[in-house]
Design a protein around this ligand. Structure first.
Ligand code: GLY
Ligand code: MN
Ligand code: MN
Length: 440
């Protein structure tokens, strides 16, 4: 018998918090669909973040119906026990095991969902659901809502209103509890250690793919479940491609290596980027660009505190990087004009950060009631300024062509300021230079 590796109180407490925000409703969450990889083989499975957040349940083909204040309140629909399928694909909890191990009020077979859901929805006055995550489930929901409508007869109630569960749960997930911050600390520590191992391993002649292997090996050896997103290992001018995916080139003498990688630990992910010289020594032009980005990144991190507008960090980054662009003779002109005409986007074209948590680009609104969001304790996000000078940019000074730099840390807002969860990953020039290539 398999046992869940998580404390069920955590999920119960989250459902209690949800209950106070979603009174009178039913919140319906479907498991992430399985994806065929080829023939009868599936892509490795990861549960939908919201389903995991509320239940800890990791099987596909399952549905949560949560009805605050009703009996039963937490209802799950899950796959049946099936000796033959379990011989091939591994253990399933089945309804009985789900009730017992996941401490939900009732668990039924997934095949009973269609006939039971109408009765479960009769006492509620609205539904929370996220459209457009699965076409197949959307169709099921439309059908269900029609049936509920018919079953209500001439009550004058019309269709049950459907609200967005994404926003409801996103606002909960945006503010991390102390337990969640502890899990993020661990995910970030594992991620930072992976970057340290990658720095030690790197030297001229190693392939990007080998560096990728070192990162993944380190993450898994430390207890991570998987990477939190597609790792980027981009040497030389590949670093100027923001979402480089190939990770298959040799790392050459004289080039920089940009690594953007994070480990997922208990469904929370780190998201670290470091950029360093393959041969262990920054050239003068590389050092100039790197130090300029690092100074900005450190100032941004230090300025984080409750009350700061998230969008002000982006404004500050654009101003500071535009100044660097003129200092390096990449652009000419007045700062304000270069910003107003979007000229800076030639070398810096992404946001300076995003919410971070169970998803690498985590949920949570950026505009609340029409106003830009202010930072509050418990919010976690990345700070990742970068500068990317294309190799074929004939207007840039030749010494800077092909240099791509991004430096990314993971920050959580505290009551007085911030904690940098990824401070352990070296980013100072001297620190990195004394580490690179020192591994076996
Ligand atoms: N690794 C994706 C990002 O930094 O946004
Ligand atoms: Mn990021
Ligand atoms: Mn990243």
């Amino acid at each position: 018998m398999r046992r869940p590796g998580y404390d069920m109180n955590v999920f119960r407490e989250r459902r209690q918090m949800l209950a106070t925000r979603a009174k009178g409703s039913a919140v319906i969450i479907a498991a992430h669909p399985e994806m065929i990889r080829n023939n009868d083989v599936h892509h490795s499975y990861r549960q939908d973040s919201n389903m995991f957040y509320l239940t800890g349940f990791e099987e596909p083909d399952s549905i949560l119906v949560f009805r605050p204040g009703q009996t039963p309140e937490t209802v799950m629909f899950v796959r049946p026990k099936d000796v033959e399928r379990e011989t091939w694909d591994g253990f399933r909890y089945g309804p009985e095991g789900t009730e017992k191990e996941y401490k939900v009020d009732k668990a039924y077979l997934i095949s009973d969902f269609d006939k039971m859901i109408v009765d479960l929805l009769k006492p509620v006055d609205k539904v929370y659901y996220r459209w457009n995550t699965s076409r197949e489930f959307d169709e099921k929901m439309l059908n269900v809502l029609d049936q509920v409508r018919s079953s209500l007869g001439r009550t004058g109630r019309g269709h049950l209103p459907v609200h967005d569960s994404w926003e409801l749960l996103g606002e909960m997930r945006l503010i991390k509890s102390s337990g969640e911050i502890e899990t993020m600390r661990k995910a970030c520590e594992i991620s930072a250690n992976g970057h340290i191992e990658a720095m030690k391993f790197t030297r001229p002649g190693v392939n990007e793919r080998q560096v990728h292997g070192v990162l993944v090996g380190s993450f898994l050896m430390q207890g991570a479940q998987r990477e939190g997103y597609g790792t980027i290992v981009a040497s030389g001018s590949a670093a100027t491609t923001l979402h480089y995916v190939f990770n298959d080139q040799p790392c050459r003498e004289g080039d920089l290596l940009l690594i953007d990688a994070g480990a997922e630990y208990q469904y929370f992910t780190g998201d670290i980027t470091r950029t360093f010289p393959v041969n262990g020594k920054f050239s003068a032009p590389q050092k100039k660009v790197y130090q300029a980005v690092l100074d900005i990144q450190k100032q941004l991190v230090a300025a984080v505190k409750p009350g700061l507008l998230f969008k002000s960090m982006q404004e500050r980054t654009i101003e500071a990087l535009t100044d660097v662009m003129t200092e390096l003779n990449l652009l000419k002109g007045a700062r304000q004009q270069l910003i107003e005409t979007n000229a800076f986007k030639k070398y810096y074209m992404h946001g300076v950060g995003h919410w971070l948590g169970m998803d690498v680009h985590d949920c949570g609104l950026h505009v609340v009631n029409g106003a830009p969001r202010k930072l509050e304790p418990g919010m976690a996000f990345t700070i990742e300024p970068g500068l990317y000078i294309p190799a074929d940019d004939m207007t840039a000074p030749a010494e800077f062509r092909g240099i791509g730099i991004r430096i990314e840390d993971n920050i959580v807002v505290t009551s007085t300021g911030q904690e940098n969860l990824t401070a352990k990953a070296p980013k100072e020039i001297s620190e990195m230079e004394s580490l690179i290539g020192t591994g076996k």
